[in-house]
Unconditional design. Structure first.
Length: 83
């Protein structure tokens, strides 16, 4: 449960972050890890999302764009990263 809350916190921060991708990664990790989630799982989810979406999509997300499948992709990544 804490991991899921951390992922949701990371998603929220990632969506509302502006700047370069490294800032988005830091914001995602800060939101994810601050909810007592495991750092390795948060890094895994971010890596999965980064592999799934092209850099242009990440740049658009930093400006508030949310891909239609973002929640589903994040949930699927979280499940893959639980192992």
């Amino acid at each position: 449960m804490a991991f899921r809350q951390g992922i949701l916190g990371g998603i929220t921060i990632l969506i509302f972050t502006t700047g370069c991708t490294s800032k988005a990664e830091r914001a995602f990790m800060m939101g994810c890890v601050s909810h007592e989630s495991m750092k390795a799982q948060c890094e895994c989810v971010y890596g999965e999302l980064k592999d799934h979406y092209p850099k242009a999509v990440f740049n658009n997300m930093e400006q508030g764009y949310v891909p239609p499948d973002f929640v589903e992709q994040t949930a699927a990544a979280a499940l893959r990263c639980q192992d």
